[in-house]
Design a protein around this ligand. Structure first.
Ligand SMILES: C[S@@+](CC[C@H](N)C(=O)[O-])C[C@H]1O[C@@H](n2cnc3c(N)ncnc32)[C@H](O)[C@@H]1O
Length: 205
């Protein structure tokens, strides 16, 4: 898909659906939060890549992190999160960008992505994503990728996705990252459809 169209797709999703009306909505992003809390240094730098309007950023602001950033291709999604956070939004670095196009986002101790990498169906985009993650994490930094598991959905928001397990995700990330741990989650959509997610945790070598 042409990149300008991709941005338009996501802007339309967020402009036409309420925060809690999207399949990926979580009132409490428990699995993501617990992984970040257990891995990050107490005054660490955290980025939620493709964070959209997720409340994960609200929860991260409750911890004493030095820096919390949210990157998303959709400014409408980020505006929703900003409006919900009110004054607290000023404590977040908001980055409107395509993760496969932006060159420099600074340095982070933890990179978290729930349901973005699985949309990258072009190998060249996955390479650009992985290179940016490798540039943005120092050795010892953590990469958390939550994506549809091999028994998860094949499409989302009318877009094709790729599904992953430990072996396939490790292979995509290559030598710059070593596998640390994994977890599974059955996400229930707001209309009670189960979706199988795989969470892979990797350490920057
Ligand atoms: C399925 S939603 C997940 C949102 C959020 N992570 C959550 O768990 O609630 C995917 C998000 O990725 C964003 N996105 C999709 N492709 C992207 C890209 N190439 N670069 C940055 N963000 C992207 C979308 O705008 C959307 O907010």
């Amino acid at each position: 898909m042409v990149k300008t169209n991709l941005k338009a797709v996501w802007e339309r999703v967020y402009a036409t659906k309420g925060e809690a009306g999207v399949s990926w909505y979580q009132a409490e992003p428990r699995c993501s939060f617990e992984l970040i809390e257990s891995l990050a240094p107490s005054s660490g730098r955290i980025i939620d890549v493709g964070g959209g309007a997720s409340v994960l950023v609200d929860r991260l602001l409750d911890l004493p992190f030095a820096k919390v950033a949210v990157l998303d291709i959709s400014e409408t999604a980020l505006a929703k999160a900003q409006s919900r956070l009110g004054d607290r939004a000023g404590r977040v670095d908001w980055i409107t960008a395509d993760v496969t196009e932006i060159q420099d986002i600074g340095t982070f101790d933890v990179w978290h992505d729930r349901a973005v990498f699985h949309f990258l169906t072009d190998e060249s985009d996955r390479k650009l994503y992985t290179e940016l993650a490798a540039r943005s994490l120092p050795p010892g930094g953590f990469l958390i990728i939550a994506c549809f598991a091999v028994d998860g959905p094949t499409r989302c928001s009318d877009l094709d996705v790729r599904r992953y397990d430990k072996a396939s995700l490790s292979a995509e990330l290559g030598d710059a990252f070593e596998f640390v741990t994994e977890s599974r989650e059955t996400h229930m959509t707001p209309w009670n459809a189960p979706q199988s997610f795989f969470y892979g945790v990797f350490r920057r070598r």
